[in-house]
Design a binder for this molecule. Structure first.
Ligand code: FEO
Length: 383
């Protein structure tokens, strides 16, 4: 029970291997859905396709023979919308409430846009349930274009769609920020400005509870969560620290990175995090790049380009508008190192990046010259 009238009817997914076909979720995933009990009964969003029957059972478990009046659809990504058709079949008198663009997507997913049983809502539309009244707020590109969130003024609840969601099922005993940050940066990170726009609108609402579509219902200390969202969506570093992201073919670049980490620690750097892009979780590496205020990229020259995992990593950064950071570069090559040139080219469109000097050049293995360059780079990173 979330409030006297709002109940949780979501499901926990411990079978999933990759969320959205790409993110490892060792503690599973929650697809949240909520029921508002009033003179009119509203179901807030559906769930992933593999859990539709369980979700319908959850609704029935609370309502018994009563039927919901409305299905409110905030977001059409299939992890939340797959149950719409089955719900509307199970409850033939229910009306579906959503944005105009969501109905276009329903037509494409289900072959119908429910023209005879729908209410189209836009910014500021309201849905009266009795005591509870939902006000809709457009949230385009948080995380798809059709997204709306809604606010229940009676219980002061924000139904925030993907916003304030996280990886992990609700029974996962884990820190909120770690998996919420990895989720946010990975999935919504490109859309900082739309999130900022939504935060501005939300600032005008008196919110006591946030009900997201993933992760726990947030009831206390909401300023903490909203503050983190403000940092993440404005691309400000959250913590002081250096992420060293590297690839290494035979271990020489790895040795160079280990030496840099030692030098940073010797110089008293607040936090040094090292990630092997070929072996560690790519989404965690991307998350850390956005978390810290400094980044070092160390890679090998490969096929007159850079090592594939580094290429993918930099692409993840630039497509998410990586910006406003200090960056060190290290290259290795056995006969014609040119990884620095390639990395600089990949980063040239990124806003407010300071590329630090010196750029470290390693030819095959560490030498006195490259060691001295690494020490100088560590000093520049700590300066
Ligand atoms: Fe949880 Fe964008 O879907």
């Amino acid at each position: 029970m979330i409030t006297n009238d709002i109940r949780y009817i979501g499901v926990q997914d411990h079978q999933i291997d990759l969320f959205e076909g790409q993110y490892t979720v060792p503690n599973g995933m929650a697809y949240n859905s909520y029921l508002i009990l009033d003179e009119k009964i509203a179901v807030m969003d559906a769930v992933d396709g593999r859990f539709v029957q369980q979700w319908l059972d959850n609704i029935k478990g609370i309502l018994g023979d009563k039927a919901p009046d409305y299905l409110v659809v905030h977001h059409m990504e299939p992890d939340h919308s797959a149950g719409i058709a089955a719900f509307l079949e199970a409850y033939p008198n229910a009306t579906v409430v959503s944005s105009r663009m969501a109905f276009v997507m329903m037509k494409n997913y289900f072959g119908t846009d429910y023209a005879d049983r729908r209410i189209i809502v836009t910014e500021g539309s309201t849905l009266e349930l009795g005591q509870h009244c939902l006000t809709f707020v457009a949230a385009p590109m948080v995380h798809w274009p059709e997204v709306m969130v809604s606010y229940d003024s009676c219980d002061k609840v924000l139904f925030s769609a993907d916003g304030f969601g996280k990886f992990g099922a609700l029974d996962a005993d884990e820190d909120w920020a770690c998996e919420a940050r990895r989720y946010y940066i990975g999935i919504v990170g490109k859309y900082g400005q739309p999130v900022q726009d939504l935060l501005k609108k939300a600032a005008n609402l008196d919110i006591s509870i946030i009900c997201p579509l993933h992760g726990p219902v947030l009831k206390e200390n909401l300023g903490y969560y909203i503050g983190l969202y403000d940092i993440w969506s404005s691309y400000r570093p959250e913590s002081k620290g250096v992420l060293i992201a590297y690839t290494s073919v035979y271990g020489h670049t790895k040795k160079a990175v280990e030496f840099l980490a030692e030098e940073l620690e010797r110089l008293g750097c607040e936090k040094v995090s090292v990630t092997d892009l070929a072996r560690d979780d790519m989404a965690e590496a991307v998350e850390d790049a956005f978390r810290y205020d400094r980044l070092v990229l160390a890679t090998t020259t490969y096929n007159t380009d850079i090592f594939p995992f580094m290429k993918e990593f930099i692409h993840h950064l630039t497509e998410r508008n990586y910006q406003n950071r200090r960056v060190g570069l290290m290259e290795n090559g056995s006969w014609a190192p040119q990884a620095v040139k390639v990395m600089e080219k990949m980063l040239e469109g990124s806003k407010d990046l300071t590329i630090l000097e010196p750029k470290v050049k390693i030819q095959c293995a560490l030498s006195d010259t490259s060691r001295a360059q690494i020490t100088a780079l560590a000093e520049a990173l700590c300066g």
